[in-house]
Design a binder for this molecule. Structure first.
Ligand code: AMP
Length: 226
């Protein structure tokens, strides 16, 4: 059983790195932001509660966040472990978490604010299947369309200059102290998030003593169109 937390400022690649880890280690990727975005897209009661807060780049209240995390982790689909992304974001959430779960490692992705801005403002999300793109080095084949499903690529509602300023401020004020708390209690590895995603993944695995990363094989043309 492997239980990891991944932390890092917006655009540092938490989602990408978590998916690369989860893909062949049979661990479940839990993204609190994705759970909220799903609720907003599907117009649930929770979605209505969090939509405005999210669009402004602010943090959702701790009680709601903790109940979402508790509910998600009581699901029994993580027999081999999980990697949780976007949580904890402040010391109260961290204390709730360490009281309830033993963590095997905390991955801290490090990225300077200047690079965060460039990455976040160039980030696009497929409105159909949720795959992430960036207009810097993973541009789609057809501009504005998802390579996998043909869906429309859109900017996240909170990837604006204004919301980013709020999110960066919160990260430095509220989330950095969580790393200090984890450094005292848990095993934290700090990884430079500037290199390409595969190089960052190789470094994470090496530092955590995990099996080496194997890039997914490209599918032959016939099976892709099947
Ligand atoms: P993310 O995708 O992790 O950037 O999260 C998107 C948004 O969801 C954040 O800007 C917050 O509004 C909300 N959110 C996600 N995780 C948390 C959390 N642990 N605590 C409070 N709000 C959160």
């Amino acid at each position: 059983m492997r239980k990891y937390v991944i932390m890092g400022v917006q655009g540092s690649g938490k989602g990408t790195q978590s998916q690369m880890l989860a893909a062949d280690l049979d661990i479940v990727h839990i993204s609190v932001g994705d759970i909220f975005r799903w609720n907003v897209q599907n117009h649930t009661k929770m979605g209505a509660q969090v939509r405005r807060v999210m669009a402004a780049g602010e943090l959702v209240g701790d009680d709601l966040v903790e109940s979402v995390v508790r509910d998600r982790l009581t699901g029994h689909d993580w027999n081999f472990g999980f990697i949780i992304d976007g949580f904890p974001r402040n010391c109260r959430q961290a204390e709730f978490f360490v009281e309830s779960y033993d963590i095997d490692g905390v991955i801290a992705l490090e990225l300077p604010d200047s690079e965060v801005r460039r990455r976040v403002l160039n980030r696009r999300l497929c409105a159909g299947c949720g795959i992430n793109y960036n207009l810097i080095d993973s541009t789609p084949g057809v501009p504005g369309r998802c390579d996998a499903c043909g869906g429309e690529l859109v900017a996240r509602e909170d990837d604006t200059e204004e919301a980013l300023a709020v999110r960066l401020r919160d990260y430095h004020e509220k989330t950095n102290p969580v790393l200090d708390l984890f450094r005292r209690k848990e095993y934290v590895i700090s990884v430079d998030a500037r290199p390409p995603a595969e190089a960052v993944q190789v470094e994470i695995r090496w530092r955590l003593g995990l099996p080496p990363y194997r890039a997914p094989q490209a599918q032959p043309e016939e099976s892709r169109s099947a």
